[in-house]
Unconditional design. Structure first.
Lengths: 371, 183
């Protein structure tokens, strides 16, 4: 087995991207994401054909990504929440042009400039409204430094396969922390998929191709969107990923992703020590949301509890799957506050006792029920 | 299998708090344990207080954020005041008594005062009070072995500062050898 090294999540992600054959990085620094760009600025100039470019803005960077992707290259950009908002127009153009690219969001608290501490408040942006128009991107949510590295190759692979942009949605905690990581093997460049649609020059040997998101004919636009949504249906069916932890006998299942799932895992272990039958479903794909894993759990469990670092975004997706068949409770902190496992254990105890709770940190302290 | 050890290191920016955490984390890595290292990365690290959570465990680590430390290394007074009441009963506190008082009001913890900053100056290894505290932690808890922590120092010191590794190892031994009185 390859050697374990101690790395920050941001750095492990960047190295994994290089090993997955990404030679092009366009970005702009912002806390808590800056180590991704800093690492690439040192690493990519040493790679044959590698380009690191600090653009004049996030808007410029995402449009450089568009151009590189159109030429068939593996390409990425990274930012944190306010910077991702600036990239949204370009992401919509990537969707409309069926172009793959990796976009990394190391979330911080918002709205506006917000703060720089860990947050999950961009869930809706990533899964619902990553740009204007009908469309989706693939969204992957790592929860360890190892996954910060491992999900990079998957994001590129799925992006290429379905011709969709893919996002890694992490947060400041995962970006800044160090853990042991086994870095993935270097991908053989021969293993990269063919992209016959890419604009690589044709020297009169074939008909010219265009990559474009403009369709002034309404019927043509509707047709193109429907074709894209047919692909989305396949992605929804076959690409869902989730981890189930101690769910087999669980009376209550907590749903949490990313850094929040780590706090919940600690809380689940504490609660199990008290004899409480509780488990964790951790979505790894946020789009497509792992509806199958939650659907299978409904027969086994009496209630669900969603835990997030936001005022309640992913909980919508949990409620959509559960569809009233079981009560869904909610617990959160937001704005950069990371809940403690002890607080989550208190919420678990109440849900196990049969309460339906909806706890958010109103008035700067936990005041209890909102419903 | 040992119980997880949740460690909080805290002090001024510039005292090498994050570096000290990195030595502990690298020792855990060499020992083949599960580890996490989480720095404060807010505005406080630019001239104010810096802190760092390190977890050593034999099981998968959940939250890497240490809120109730088993071990606190406090290298200045604001850090001592901020974290002393969060230490679990029976926990270990190592305080740099050049910067923090040598006594505590808490009776339910083990409190060790070591004049780390003064010791570093006396031994002409200014700036290595952090590693002196790690030495004391090693002597008190045996979180790893001296040999492994020395290897961890080599791993933690950046390639261009390898000449400083020896001074770090000397600081480690000074901390290990220093006899503190509990109060």
């Amino acid at each position: 087995m390859a050697e374990k090294v101690l790395m920050k999540g941001n750095e492990a992600l960047a190295e994994a991207a290089v090993r997955a054959g990404c030679k092009l990085f366009f970005g702009y620094p912002i806390t808590p994401q800056t180590e991704v760009a800093a690492y690439m600025s040192k690493r990519l100039p040493k790679v044959e054909g590698g380009v690191y470019l600090q653009a004049e803005s996030e808007v410029a960077a995402i449009n450089m990504v568009y151009g590189a992707s159109a030429s068939g290259a593996r390409v990425m950009t990274s930012s944190s929440s306010p910077g991702v908002s600036l990239k949204q127009e370009g992401i919509s153009y990537l969707i409309g042009s069926d172009l793959p690219a990796l976009i990394v969001n190391i979330q911080r608290g918002g709205p506006g400039l917000g703060g720089i501490q860990p947050s999950q408040a961009d869930y809706w942006q990533a899964t619902r409204a990553v740009g204007h128009g009908d469309g989706h991107i693939i969204v992957l949510a790592p929860s360890t430094v190892q996954e910060m590295a491992d999900l990079v190759a998957l994001a590129f692979e799925l992006g290429d396969k379905y011709r969709m942009p893919a996002m890694i949605l992490a947060d400041g905690l995962l970006g800044q922390m160090m853990e042991p990581v086994v870095l993935p093997d270097v991908l053989d460049s021969a293993a990269l998929p063919d992209k016959p649609w890419a604009l690589t020059g044709h020297q009169g040997q074939r008909r010219h191709q265009t990559i474009n998101s403009l369709h002034l004919d309404a019927q043509e636009l509707e047709n193109s969107i429907i074709r894209r949504f047919e692909r989305y249906e396949t992605v929804r069916l076959v690409e869902q990923r989730a981890e189930c932890y101690l769910t087999d006998d669980a009376d209550v299942v907590v749903v949490a992703y990313g850094a929040a799932s780590r706090v919940v895992r600690s809380a689940v272990n504490h609660a199990r020590d008290e004899g409480l039958k509780v488990g964790l479903i951790r979505p790894i794909t946020l789009w497509p949301f792992p509806t199958q894993a939650i659907d299978l759990q409904i027969e086994k469990s009496q209630a669900f509890l969603a835990v997030e670092f936001s005022m309640g975004q992913m909980v919508d997706d949990v409620r959509l799957v559960v569809n009233g068949r079981r009560p869904v409770s909610f617990f959160a902190h937001t704005g950069g506050i990371v809940p403690t496992p002890e607080e989550v254990v208190v919420a678990i105890r109440r849900v196990i006792a049969g309460e339906q709770i909806d706890i958010v940190p109103f008035k700067s302290k936990l005041t209890g029920d909102r419903a | 299998m040992d119980k997880p050890m949740n460690i909080m290191l805290a002090g001024f920016g510039g005292q090498g708090i994050l570096f000290a955490g990195k030595i502990i984390a690298n020792a855990g890595l060499i020992d083949g344990r599960e580890i996490s290292w989480l720095p404060s990365y807010g505005p406080e690290m630019r001239g104010g207080t810096a802190n760092c959570s390190v977890v050593l465990s034999d099981e998968v680590i959940g939250s890497p954020l240490v809120t109730t430390p088993d071990v606190l290394i406090a290298m200045n007074l604001p850090s001592y005041e901020r974290f002393i009441n969060s230490v679990v009963p029976g926990g270990v506190v190592i305080a740099d008594s050049t910067m923090v008082g040598s006594c505590t009001m808490r009776r339910d913890i083990e409190y060790f005062a070591i004049p780390a900053t003064a010791l570093a100056e006396k031994n002409e290894i200014q700036g290595l009070a952090n590693v002196i505290c790690i030495g004391k932690l090693l002597a008190l808890t045996g979180f790893s072995s001296e040999d492994v922590v020395k290897q961890a120092i080599d791993k933690s010191v950046s390639a261009k500062h390898q000449d400083l590794a020896e001074a770090n190892k000397r600081a480690l031994q000074i901390g290990e050898a220093w006899a503190t009185s509990e109060c």
